[in-house]
Design a protein around this ligand. Structure first.
Ligand SMILES: NC(=O)c1ccc[n+]([C@@H]2O[C@H](COP(=O)([O-])OP(=O)(O)OC[C@H]3O[C@@H](n4cnc5c(N)ncnc54)[C@H](OP(=O)(O)O)[C@@H]3O)[C@@H](O)[C@H]2O)c1
Length: 390
């Protein structure tokens, strides 16, 4: 039976959730049945007015401290979009409620140790209920997950098999961070400091592939000269989450579907710093700076301005090499700042993809493994992304 809403945006009062709701107002003025949810009805009402949402938009009170309110919300939705983070602090009961009620779920999680805990705790229930749960539907990790998938589709078409070694090289990433993202990284670091098993998951490239460990992967912790692109490269702050998701996509696709990248697949991500001595100095400077570590950064609810979001963009090059040294490339670009302007479109279109385009079994998925090329086409058509392989 169809549920009351196609989509419920949970966390619509936060910095990113509000952008998601605003995108639905502007891009889908009709045809999508959706509601805004959060812990404060008065704050939801205020945001509803500020973003120009129709006066009859349903507002739903749900609080992560009150599991019954989460279950009641889930029962009304085909898909819940959650932007309530840090997920390790506020997200566990919602994943449990989605798994129990067979409700699809997408989020913006970049917290891999928590994701592994959720896989261990709820994958069986999600499989049983049919709940399609998809973490990391923002800049981490959609452009990377689908970039590698696109490259591998092209490698299979051109060479008859996947590239065994793939490098992700971020050439442009113009944008800022929000308070919620900084809080999520701090929550992860605090959890790791207290619990060595969490630290072990964070440094394990195969943390999200229970029962499978592939070959040794590049650590990506130091600047280096990359001969493949003849430029200096530096550590990339999102690599620890993206690389784990890419390995999980390989793991899920390889499992019986024959569309994986192989058990010997090696993948890393670095930031391109530049050429020659200037490139080297830039790579060393990037390696020293952690933009999320400062206490002076944005507070929860704050993030990059409209101008910063609209003038932001990104460009990522993927280079693949087959076991017999044939080379293939893919470029992914996005037309807004990665973390918010582009992310709010990506997560909304992911939710719509689950509502309208793909079925799929219940379980804990990645965007690439569940929605793959269908999501890629939707993002290219609607969300300002491009995917070009050659
Ligand atoms: N992967 C990516 O590319 C990406 C991009 C952007 C954001 N993110 C992630 O998305 C998450 C949100 O970031 P943000 O900057 O939007 O955060 P934010 O502005 O702080 O918003 C957090 C939201 O959570 C709500 N919330 C907090 N505690 C709650 C509770 N107990 N019950 C119900 N709701 C509660 C807040 O409600 P109130 O308004 O009532 O306080 C607010 O709506 C973070 O985890 C961040 O890392 C990821």
């Amino acid at each position: 039976m169809a549920r009351e809403f196609d989509i419920i945006v949970y966390g619509a009062t936060g910095f990113t959730g509000r952008l998601v709701a605003e995108y639905l107002v502007q891009a889908y003025p009709s045809g999508v049945r959706w509601a805004m949810a959060g812990r404060s009805l008065s704050k939801l009402q205020q945001v509803q007015g500020e973003i120009g949402a129709p006066a009859d938009t349903a507002l739903i009170a749900a609080n992560s401290d009150d599991p019954a309110s989460l279950t009641a919300m889930c029962e009304r939705a085909t898909v819940v979009i959650s932007t309530v983070g840090p997920y390790q602090l506020y997200g566990s009961d919602l994943v449990a409620a989605c798994a129990a009620t067979g409700t699809a779920y997408v989020d913006l999680c970049g917290e891999p140790a928590w994701m592994r805990q959720m896989i261990d705790a709820h994958e069986a229930a999600a499989k049983a209920s049919g709940a399609r749960i998809v973490f990391s539907c923002g800049f981490d990790s959609i452009p990377f997950d689908l970039g590698v998938l696109t490259l591998q589709d092209a490698a299979r078409a051109k060479f008859g098999g996947p590239a065994q070694r793939v490098k992700g090289r971020v050439r442009i990433m113009k944008g800022g961070f929000s308070g919620g993202t900084a809080a999520s990284l701090k929550a992860t670091l605090a959890a790791a400091a207290k619990n060595p098993s969490i630290l072990a998951l964070l440094i394990n490239p195969f943390a999200l592939t229970p029962g499978f460990t592939g070959p040794s992967q590049p650590k990506g912790l130091l600047p280096e000269y990359d001969k493949t692109i003849e430029a200096w490269v530096a550590p990339f702050i999102m690599a620890p989450i993206n690389t784990k998701n890419v390995h999980r996509t390989n793991f899920l696709l390889g499992d019986g579907q024959g569309k994986g990248y192989g058990a010997d697949f090696v993948y890393d991500e670095m930031m391109v710093a530049g050429l020659g001595d200037i490139g080297k100095a830039a790579a060393e400077a990037i390696a020293r700076i952690n933009p999320l570590a400062s206490d002076k950064g944005p507070k929860p609810g704050e993030g990059p301005s409209k101008e910063e979001r609209e003038s932001g963009h990104y460009d990522i090059l993927f280079i693949g090499e087959t076991p017999d040294h044939k080379r293939i490339e893919c470029v992914v670009t996005g037309d807004r700042d990665p973390g918010y302007g582009s992310t709010s479109k990506m997560i909304t279109e992911s939710a719509l993809c689950l509502v309208r385009d793909v079925a799929g079994e219940g379980g804990i998925w990645t965007p690439g493994a569940l929605m793959g090329a269908t999501l890629r086409d939707r993002l290219a058509a609607k969300a300002g992304l491009t995917f070009t392989a050659n």
